[in-house]
Ligand binder design. Structure first.
Ligand SMILES: [Mg+2]
Length: 235
């Protein structure tokens, strides 16, 4: 056995003995954000999507290239996403835009994480995707990550239209679609602090992914998927 193999089996053994969730839980639904949450933010995928947003606005909508970053930032802050801002102020073919910005070879950016899969698969909750992207992108990402069978429902940006995260109405619609009436039985996991803050204000238990400290922006935070088990077990 090589050293690398040995280390791998040690990690596997620790993982198998500790990490899986096997207790009753007060939560019944967990909403998982998709981009930069189910995969690390350093994957480069989100950066590539943003690049294609810029290209679309320049090539198909006639924006001056220099104005685009500032405009996107303004729409992101004011409306939640670039798309919602474009819909509010410009004529845009939403389906064409969403197809264009997500037209990337996902395998160049993403790879399955077996540990993450085992953690999510062990949760006794109803596990749903809640994303500001569209369902086609979500399905493609879940397929590449080998997670698609773990999420029976995807609440996408079209399902909560004309709203999107972090608007309070979007959480109400997502809960309704999930068949939930009590936000305290719901968890939202997201990488964006304004979304975790909004989820908490909506009454959910919010968890910030990708940070070493929640800094008051969420009820909890984690960097590694094993940590999610401990967070949920302690509730
Ligand atoms: Mg995200």
């Amino acid at each position: 056995m090589t050293l690398a193999n040995c280390a791998f089996f040690q990690i596997e053994a620790q993982f198998a003995s500790r990490v899986l969730y096997n207790r009753p839980m007060r939560f019944t639904t967990i909403f998982f954000d998709l981009d930069d949450t189910l995969y690390p933010s350093n994957s480069g995928l989100w950066k590539a999507i943003k690049g294609r947003m810029n290209d679309y606005m320049r090539d198909y909508m006639g924006f001056d290239e220099k104005e685009i970053p500032q405009l996107r930032e303004k729409y992101f802050l004011q409306y939640g996403t670039t798309l919602r801002g474009l819909q509010a102020h410009h004529k845009i073919n939403t389906d064409e835009y969403l197809a264009y910005v997500h037209d990337l070879s996902l395998k160049d950016y993403l790879a399955p994480d077996p540990l993450q899969r085992s953690v999510i698969a062990s949760l006794p909750t109803r596990n749903l995707i809640f994303t500001n992207a569209d369902i086609h992108h979500a399905q493609r990402v879940l397929t590449v990550l080998n997670l698609n069978d773990l999420f029976p429902m995807i609440v996408d940006v079209n399902a909560v239209a004309p709203h999107c995260k972090p608007m309070p109405e979007s959480f109400e619609i997502a809960m309704k679609l999930a068949g939930e009436t009590d936000p305290s039985r719901c968890v939202m996991i997201d990488d964006i602090t304004r979304t975790t803050r909004a989820a908490r204000e909506a009454g959910m238990f919010s968890i910030l992914y990708g940070e070493t400290n929640a800094n008051g922006d969420a009820n909890a935070n984690f960097l590694n998927w094993q940590e999610l088990i401990g967070i949920l077990e302690s509730q």
